[in-house]
Design a protein. Structure first.
Lengths: 116, 111
């Protein structure tokens, strides 16, 4: 079975541009969470979606938005990119809204976004 | 604010030695803790977890200790191998699907 897949793997954007990152969860998983990992730091929670509804939001500006589709895949959108948005963006999928192995909480390999 | 921090940013050990990675957390309401391993170019990989009603949990070559009195978490890796070289993160959970990660400790294993 495929794990959590994220696309693209790498991306370079210019300041002020918009970016869309995509995540396909493990088959059977209905929840997707997004994290931002700046180089040298731990991941920071951005959003969680479950059954197409937002279930949690981290401390990120309104430039960050997300949605989940009927097939449970998800998109993370970032508008008006800043240099500080350069990071690894991670997606995690799970059966329900909890974390840990009981929920099959699994991370993808991420999308490396560089803003120049 | 909420935070989970690590005492040491880097740790270098000899192959075969035991490794201990430490973590401090600030939210006493957290009831679930996870250790993750992250290799270069990959996402975090689950190692072991522990709930707040326990103080010790063992897995294969790994042990997690939880001291709620001082809000401290540690990961012990027995007989450390070169394949254990990675960055290790502790994470806490107290709100559904939101994990709060620490900064991370880079473990380097010398052959």
């Amino acid at each position: 079975d495929a794990g959590v897949t994220q696309s693209p793997t790498h991306l370079i954007k210019t300041r002020g541009q918009h970016v869309t990152l995509r995540c396909s969860p493990i088959s059977g998983h209905k929840s997707v969470s997004w994290y931002q990992q700046v180089l040298g730091q731990g991941p920071q929670f951005i959003f969680q979606y479950y059954e197409k509804e937002e279930r949690g939001r981290g401390n990120f500006p309104d430039r960050f938005s997300a949605r989940q589709f009927p097939n449970y895949s998800s998109e993370l959108n970032v508008n008006a990119l800043l240099l500080g948005d350069s990071a690894l963006y991670l997606c995690a999928s799970s059966v329900g809204t909890g974390t840990g192995p009981l929920y099959g909480y699994t991370f993808g390999s991420g999308t490396r976004l560089t803003v120049v | 604010g909420e935070s989970v921090g690590l005492h040491l940013p880097t740790l270098s050990v000899q192959e075969g030695d035991n490794s201990i990675i430490n973590c401090a957390y600030s939210n006493s309401a957290s009831d679930y803790f996870i250790w993750y391993k992250q290799e270069s170019g990959k996402g975090p990989q689950f190692i072991i977890d522990i709930r707040s009603n326990m103080d010790k949990r063992q897995g294969q070559r790994v042990t997690v200790l939880l001291n709620k009195t001082v809000k401290h978490l540690s990961l012990q890796i027995a007989a450390t191998q070169p394949g254990d070289s990675a960055v290790y993160f502790c994470a806490e959970n107290n709100q559904g699907g939101k994990l709060i990660f620490g900064q991370g400790t880079e473990l380097s294993v010398k052959p």
